[in-house]
Write a protein that binds this ligand. Structure first.
Ligand SMILES: *[C@@H]1O[C@H](CO)[C@@H](O)[C@H](O)[C@H]1NC(C)=O
Length: 320
């Protein structure tokens, strides 16, 4: 028999075409099985214990000014958003302002877009969305600030164009505030696919954009821009005159140095500030606050999250 080389090629090619198709089908099947198994049991935000914990009963270490990455004095972080998420940070704070060049575009800028412009809010949201896409058992919180009093619908449009809105959690109580003891567990958020919780400091309106929640209806905060390295206060700073009861709370645990009246992040002492224990550490301020409010903080915002021992501090506060 005279082997026909073309026939051989065709057979080989056919096999190649077939194999990936059947692998693909198998993979989809087994991925589905794995997803649903994970959602009902195994781990939530990396630990089985979180699955049954109410969102409002979890302590998250957070990245303050998460998008300002670099070595300049006005930059607050050393590692980018994806790296922050990869290391275990699940609470990202970011400042928004209107772009200087296009006042229809929201950018992540530090006080002013002249000082520091870390790009579009939309691309930040896309980065978070990509990360959520590839990390199915994780819940992430965003806390945005609205320094230019931008209308809420512009935030809504930006979220929509990033494609992240399907992940966003909408409280069943809307337009009323969800009571602190009514929050779903981390496991329930994962199971429902609503793995993004979004807060805005000023200008939220859930009647217009139902998933962007009013930060100060849900939280109070301690003072920010602290220059006292012992972090000796947990007093309520915002909303002013607020009561602690019924609110979750955010501790601003990032140290500034005052250079001739300008406060900049204290990069040099980040290791001690972000230590789990010791004077002026995350653990020390958290236990001071816990003594005052009878419960651990819900979020502890940090500069330079990669320095010190943020994740161990978070574990300690959650009782691990
Ligand atoms: C969660 O609940 C436990 C038990 O009541 C409490 O000790 C802890 O401080 C709470 N944590 C938060 C963040 O509410």
């Amino acid at each position: 028999m005279n082997p026909n080389p073309m026939a051989l090629v065709r057979i080989l090619f056919g096999t190649l075409l077939l194999v990936p198709t059947s692998w693909g089908a198998l993979e989809v099947g087994s991925l589905r099985a794995r997803d649903s198994a994970d959602a009902t049991a195994s781990t939530c935000n990396g630990r089985a214990e979180y699955c049954d914990r109410s969102y409002s009963n979890v302590t998250f270490v957070g990245s303050h000014d998460s998008a300002f990455v670099g070595e300049l004095p006005q930059q607050n972080q050393n590692i980018d958003i994806k790296a922050q998420l990869d290391m275990g940070v699940r609470f990202l704070q970011a400042q928004t302002h209107h772009s200087i060049l296009d006042d229809k575009v929201l950018e992540l800028c530090h006080t002013s877009c002249f000082l520091e412009d870390a790009g579009r809010l939309e691309s930040f949201l896309s980065t978070v969305k990509d990360w959520l896409d590839s990390n199915a058992n994780e819940v992430v919180t965003l806390l945005l600030t609205n320094g230019d009093s931008v209308d809420i619908t512009e935030f809504g449009d930006t979220f929509s164009s990033s494609g992240i809105t399907d992940y966003a959690f909408v409280p069943s109580s809307n337009p009323d505030t969800l009571a602190i003891d009514k929050w779903p567990t981390i496991g329930e958020l994962i199971l429902s696919g609503k793995r993004l919780v979004v807060f805005l400091d000023y200008g939220a309106d859930v009647k217009k954009v139902d998933y962007i929640l009013d930060e100060f209806a849900y939280y109070f905060e301690t003072a920010y821009d602290v220059t006292d390295s012992s972090f000796s206060s947990c007093a309520i700073d915002r909303p002013s005159g607020a009561s602690a009861s019924g609110r979750m709370y955010i501790v601003n645990h990032f140290l500034d140095v005052d250079i001739f009246g300008v406060k900049i992040p204290d990069r040099k002492h980040a290791g001690e500030t972000n230590a789990a224990t010791g004077d002026g550490s995350i653990g020390a301020q958290a236990s001071l606050c816990e003594g005052l409010y009878d419960r651990a903080p819900n979020a502890i915002l940090l500069d330079f999250v990669d320095k010190g021992d943020a994740i161990n501090a978070q574990n300690d506060l959650n009782g691990f």
